[in-house]
Design a protein around this ligand. Sequence first.
Ligand SMILES: Nc1ncnc2c1ncn2[C@@H]1O[C@H](COP(=O)(O)OP(=O)(O)OP(=O)(O)O)[C@@H](O)[C@H]1O
Length: 919
Amino acid sequence: MKDLPEEWKDHQLTVALRIRPLNDAEIEEGATTVAHKIDNQMVVLMDPCEDADNVLRANRSREKTYMFDVAFDYAATQEDVYVATTKNLIDGVIAGYNATVFAYGPTGAGKTYTMLGLDSEPGIYIRTLNDLFTAIEDSTEDLNCSVYMSYIEIYNEMIRDLLNPSSGYLDLREDAKGEIRIAGITEFSTCNAKEIMALLTKGNKLRTQESTAANKTSSRSHAILQVAVKQKSRVKDINEEVRVGKLFMVDLAGTERASQTQNRGKRMKEGAHINRSLLALANCINALSEKGGKGAQFVNYRDSKLTRLLKDALGGNSRTVMITHISPASSNFEESRNTLVYADKAKNIRNKVKRNLMNVSYHLAQYTSIISDLRSEIDRLRAKIDQQSQEQQKGEKAGICDIKAEVQEYSHGEMALLQEQLLSAFREQMEIRRSLMELENCNMELHIDTSRHLLTISDWERDRARARRVRDEVTEEKRDRGNEEEQESGPEEPQYVTAAREEIGPLLAEQRKTMEQKRELEEKLLNMKLKSSKIEELLPKRISNSEQRDILTLLCKVHELELEKTEIQSAVLCKENVLRTKDFIIQRHEQQRTLCDDIIHQQKALIEDQGLCVPEELQELYSLYFGELSDASVDQILNLHTFATNPRAACAVKNSTPVCPTEAVSPDTLREIVSDTKNISVIAAKRRSHLRVNDSNSRVAGVNLASGLKSSVSMDSLVSTLADESAEVKRNPPRHRGSSQLKQDSKRTEGRMELPEKQQRKKRSRSFEASKRHVQKPRQNPSRHPALESISDNRLVRPALNMIQQLNDGAGNPATPPVAKMKNNVSHFTGEVQLQKLEIRGTPPSTIHQKHSNVKRGQAIYKQQRGPGDVSYPSNLLQQPGNYKKSTNENPRQKGTADVNRMNEARQKNKHTVKRSYV
Ligand SMILES: Nc1ncnc2c1ncn2[C@@H]1O[C@H](COP(=O)(O)OP(=O)(O)OP(=O)(O)O)[C@@H](O)[C@H]1O
């Protein structure tokens, strides 16, 4: 599958600037040109108030230069703008990436002109669609491609389908993956550019446009044209990959000042909505530019439907181009300056773009049903084979004449036809099963969404009830004191709760729809099963020769292999879930640990600044902490972890076997690892000695260190399993060993590794490696599990088809008995499946334990520092731990992010202090 260059994926928002020509009204009012393009990237904006005769040029600073990715002025044609901004997004969309182009700027600055254009000068919409279809036609890849188009407008914060206006106002919904969707939107599937143009024209006629003083054809809404290119392989397969690239083209309404547009009544209300949503957009741009797309600055997309819809385009998975528009006129100086400031900020936004590859995902519960179906199918086929063999034996006794007749009756061609029919019935069944699973997935997502909304509402209701209770109590008290005051009304329902209430209805309707579709598919599956059993009945009643029996056996085998594959996929899915959870835990621990580190560093600086004397026990903890958390120690532990997860390297060390230089772990690395192993043993021994000291001496501040160090004990056991040498270190805790001693130990180990008496183990280790290498195929997509990667190579029906192909090929070739060849294939295939099983391994929990122990230790030190001493801490420092433990009133959906944000913010605030003291 064709991929795009790396720079495409880590993408900085492309910002273009277009200065339109002065219009008649501006010329009439005597406006001068204040915005000039200097070169292809630079523009200058001059303040019209500047006095040209002032030789000292006191206002010089008001002449401001801006740099953009590309700049156009009145001389630029529509084609120039399209080629420089949008044309090169098309390849990406076809390759399965998202892209967005949006026109931004004040009213009358030329946004609609750029996006839609005129009949004689078509804009970006039409040019892009034309080129998109041409590119699809020219594509040489063997893919089934379909193009879907939708066109909506956001008018007064309401979404209207421009291709199906009768559908009323539509709702926004966030799916389980956090993607924003428009519920009930009409997506037209088209196969030619003409059709899509007709749809576009139809939609444009429906877009809300009015005349204002600033623009005769002012767009009163934001229009979003979405084109999705969906491609899948022509070969049907349960592991089939679907590639979906989406292109959003957005023509925003323009910012406007009531004085400038002279709007009243309805127009003014529209203007207020437009300004509000554009303000939300500007806020998002501000927040995103400050964090450069990476930091922890909270970006509030929820403030308007526009920002919710543009969430991916601004801060997510999309390559985005912003075409900013300004008027060159002096009368529009203020608008132009504001627009340029935002456009300048937007340049800092960074997006990570990833290909939208949807491996047809399977729901876990569905696996169970498929597995049991396949099992019963196998049992049935086996029973049939047994029965046929018995009958054959009887038949042999009955007489050879009957068999001959049957053989003639079922000629070779007929048998092949029956096989083909059986296999295609089986394929169709798998297809239906896949659709069923997709529906099940979809249903599950809808269910999760509904539950989440219900949770949001119930949380809010609970908070409101609590607030009401408190208010009632206060009112009661006031009344008792004779203070009769007007009763306050309760808090207003927040927007996200109202949105949740609104979204529940459509979600339930959607669920009913998917259930109905599921029922229909189940019926179809039942019919398919009946059909295949009828085909089987057509097979010869009595197996007349071994070839026929082998064909049945092979059919059985195909089912068995399918079953194994399904089981493997199911296991992978489970494992991925577990890994995802582990990742999350690690991430949380990492953040907590960093926070603890910062606090400890600050507290230590404070103690040192104030010249306080630290209890010996705390001092010991400090040295242990700084020693262990130094980068070197962590690297060693990580190395050890890598090493421990590599069975071959572990085996080599255990057996002191030299490793072949061509193999994955070089002797150097191995030596380092052995030395690391020993260093870690030393650390572990130190820990134990501290543990003993703490057990006997302390419990002073109620710090249960033992619990914090539990994981280090498990680390010890890991070390002892890996290297025999560590046992020696354990018996004799090397408290006084220096680094030179460690080096000697390491050399000794090296020497031992050269000993020849472990030849046999070495051989075993090599043969294991050979089998492993066979499994380790190059990874196409690093985000996928390697096992899944290799499974997708073994397509469902391909082995069966190959076998039949071989049967046909080998028919006329006496040198290659077809069935024997097929058997070979089957056993090879079975071997592959077994090796795939070997590939699926869990992640040893040592990483999590290690991080967990670091966090615990950080917390222990923190507690000791905060103990009953009389040190006065700065208030921001005292707030931190409380902050991240405290439960918040935020929307539960945002709670996790809010916690993380708070922690990062706290870290950010304290960073420079830490640097001053320690770096
Ligand atoms: N580059 C250009 N060359 C020639 N005419 C232009 C150019 N840009 C804009 N115009 C003209 O200026 C007028 C206003 O442009 P347009 O309607 O595109 O503005 P807009 O930014 O979309 O405004 P609004 O936000 O109010 O919808 C139109 O008559 C348009 O034809």
